[in-house]
Design a protein around this ligand. Structure first.
Ligand code: PEP
Length: 251
C-alpha cells in the first residue's frame, strides 16, 4: 500500500512572517490528517526558519531545486548537501517552471535526480505535457520520454527511491485541473512505463498529481487508483486549503 504524499510547492512566495503564520496553521491542523504524509517545499532562503519551526512535527520539508554539482563556482545554486544540512527530506526537480524558464533538459533533470540521491534527499520528479503537446496527441510520448531519460541515467531502482509528480503544464497555476479520468489515464500510463523496467518499482512508486488541485477537486483526484497524492502550488499557501487537501486523502 502506497502512503499518499501531499506536498506543497510555495514557489517564490512568502516572507518570514507569512511562512511562520502558514506553518503555525498547518501544524495546528495536522491532527485531522489521518493518512497522508505532508511536506512543504520552501524557497531555500527560508529553510533555516522552516527547519526550526517544523523540527519534531509531523510535517516534512524540502527544497525546490538542486544543483547538479556538489560544490564550487556555481553562483546562486544550492548543493544537495546544503539542503540536507537544513533537514530537507524532499527536493522538487524538473518542475515545468525550471524546464521552461531555466532551460532544464531531460538530461539535466536526470543529473539532478542523482545529485539529490547522493545527498540522501528524496527527489520529487516533475513531468508533464504542455497544452500544445496534449492537443497534438503526444502526451504519452512526452511523459514517456521524460521518465525514460531518468531511467537511462540512474536506473529504475534509483527512480524507485524518488516520487513522481505528473503535472500537466496547462493545469499549473491556471485554475484548469485535469479531470480525474484524464489524470488517472496518464498516471496509469506512467506506472505501466516504469513496470516495463521493474514491476516491483512501479508498484511501490508514489505518483502525485499536480495542477490546480484544491479542496473542491482533491477528493475525486485522490480517489483514483494510480494517484498517490498531490503536489500543490497555490492552495499550499493557505493553511486551511492545504489541510483540506491533505485530509481529503484520509482513508
Ligand atoms: C505546482 O506549482 O507544482 C502546482 C501544481 O501549482 P498549482 O497547484 O498552483 O497549479
Amino acid at each position: 500500500m502506497r502512503q499518499p504524499l501531499v506536498a506543497g510547492n510555495w514557489k517564490m512566495n512568502g516572507s518570514r512572517a507569512s511562512i511562520r503564520e502558514l506553518l503555525d496553521g498547518v501544524k495546528a491542523g495536522m491532527g485531522e490528517v489521518k493518512t497522508a504524509e505532508v511536506a512543504v517545499c520552501s524557497p531555500h532562503i527560508f529553510l533555516c526558519d522552516v527547519q526550526q519551526q517544523l523540527d519534531g512535527s509531523a510535517v516534512a520539508w524540502g527544497g525546490q531545486d538542486i544543483s547538479v554539482h556538489e560544490s564550487g563556482a556555481y553562483t546562486g545554486e544550492t548543493a544537495g548537501s546544503m539542503l540536507a544540512e537544513f533537514g530537507c527530506k524532499y527536493v522538487i526537480i524538473g518542475h515545468s517552471e525550471r524546464r521552461t524558464y531555466h532551460g532544464e533538459t531531460d538530461q539535466v533533470v536526470a543529473e539532478k535526480f542523482v545529485a539529490a540521491r547522493k545527498a540522501g534527499l528524496v527527489p520529487i520528479l516533475c513531468i508533464g505535457e504542455t497544452l500544445e503537446e496534449r492537443e497534438s496527441g503526444i502526451t504519452e510520448e512526452v511523459v514517456g520520454r521524460q521518465i525514460d531519460a531518468v531511467i537511462a541515467h540512474c536506473g529504475v531502482e534509483m527512480l524507485g527511491e524518488g516520487v513522481i509528480a505528473y503535472e500537466p503544464v496547462w493545469a499549473i497555476g491556471t485554475g484548469k485541473t485535469a479531470s480525474p479520468e484524464q489524470a488517472q489515464e496518464v498516471h496509469a500510463f506512467i506506472r505501466g512505463r516504469i513496470a516495463a523496467a521493474s514491476a516491483t518499482v512501479a508498484e511501490g512508486l508514489r505518483i502525485l498529481y499536480g495542477g490546480s488541485m484544491n479542496p473542491g477537486n482533491a477528493a475525486q483526484l485522490l480517489a483514483q487508483s494510480d494517484i498517490d497524492g498531490g503536489l500543490i502550488g497555490g492552495a499550499s499557501l493557505k493553511a486551511a486549503d492545504f489541510l483540506a487537501i491533505a485530509t481529503a486523502a484520509n482513508a
